[in-house]
Design a protein around this ligand. Structure first.
Ligand SMILES: O=P(O)(O)OC[C@H]1O[C@](O)(COP(=O)(O)O)[C@@H](O)[C@@H]1O
Ligand SMILES: [Mg+2]
Ligand SMILES: [Mg+2]
Length: 319
């Protein structure tokens, strides 16, 4: 069976990008080990701080962020990082060639109930002669050279694209390596499963209300089929399900909190997941445009997200 280094060696992945991916995924293994310790290591619960977005940080948000930051800083190929848990981009090595944006722990509200969480990452090639500044990294998602996530579930899995399809790897604790278990993932064009946080219904636009109402009516409405609903409360878990068996995921615009008109963050949640979905034959849009075409205006920018089965995303956007 092939492992991650075999797959990277047989692809045209540049050596320095391989180094960045190796450091990122090895650190995720260490995060996975820490998560397994849970309460035994005293790492659950709140950190007592807020991040720049006004969200209370869990201890594990801070621990996983520090682990990734320290490891990536020690990698000479890394020029700068951006993280959900860092107020600003953090310049690393001026000679480095890669910029990594990450959500160190996605789905942190799941930590305390021992449910699925993950690490999401997005990588760009970017060089310069002086220390990196934020403006250097406001690059549209279509320029990503690699994107992926590590899911900490019953097994630890890496899902990765370097622009030639999507592969899934399962962590083998006996050998301490990621083994290729699902090659060239494809998301079916049609689906009967959707994911949305229904408790926000009254805050959605009229078009999203109408679309979801038709899904709920199922065979009794215009869709002629019944739909099932799932919500992991961690984007990484919902996207993983869609890559495994299809579906559509929505975190639409809402007017619940005028400061957050779309909950998910473009640079380290929407863009990497959009690249994975497109590489697997699916689609990823806001209400009005392809996510990968968005010109970012800030590192922590939020966007509405509709992603998954190609025909179902089109159907949603037609409302
Ligand atoms: O509170 P809700 O509406 O269920 O939100 C769930 C969403 O929030 C997120 O957990 C945000 O991620 P973080 O845990 O990294 O802040 C997404 O992963 C998920 O889809
Ligand atoms: Mg997140
Ligand atoms: Mg997070």
């Amino acid at each position: 069976m092939q492992n991650l280094s075999d797959v990277l060696a047989s692809s045209s992945t540049p050596e320095k990008l391989k180094a960045v991916l190796t450091v990122t995924t090895e650190t995720c293994i260490a995060i996975s080990d820490a998560l397994k310790q849970g309460s035994l290591a005293g790492i659950l619960g709140m950190a007592g701080n807020e991040n720049v977005q006004g969200e209370e940080q869990k201890k594990l948000d801070v621990i996983s962020n520090d682990m990734l930051k320290d490891a990536l800083f020690a990698c000479p190929a890394v020029r700068a990082i951006a993280s959900e848990e860092e107020d600003y981009i953090v310049p690393a090595n001026t000679d480095g060639e890669y910029f990594i944006a990450f959500d160190p722990l996605d789905g942190s509200s799941n930590i305390d109930i021992n449910a699925m969480v993950g690490t999401i990452f997005s990588i760009y090639h970017q060089t310069g002669n002086s220390p990196a500044v934020e403006a250097d990294f406001l690059i549209p998602g279509k320029e990503q050279v690699a994107a992926g996530y590590v899911l900490y579930g019953p097994s630890t899995m890496l899902v990765l694209t370097t622009g030639n399809g999507v592969n899934m790897f399962t962590y083998d604790p006996t050998k301490q390596i990621f083994t290729l278990t699902n090659e060239n993932i494809q998301v079916p064009e049609e689906t009967q499963e959707f994911a949305i946080n229904m408790s926000n219904q009254r805050f959605w636009s009229d078009s999203i209300q109408s679309y979801i109402n038709e899904l709920i009516k199922g065979k009794d409405g215009s869709r002629d089929k019944d739909f099932n609903m799932r919500w992991v409360a961690a984007m990484v878990g919902d996207v993983h399900r869609i890559l495994c068996r299809g579906g559509i995921f929505l975190y639409p615009w809402d007017n619940k909190d005028p400061a957050k008109p779309g909950k998910l963050r473009l640079m380290y949640e929407a863009n990497p997941m959009a690249m994975l979905l497109e590489q697997a034959g699916g689609k990823a849009h806001t209400h009005t445009q392809r996510i990968l075409d968005i010109q970012p205006e800030a590192i922590h920018q939020r966007v509405a997200v509709v992603l998954g089965a190609a025909n179902e995303v089109d159907k949603c956007l037609s409302y």
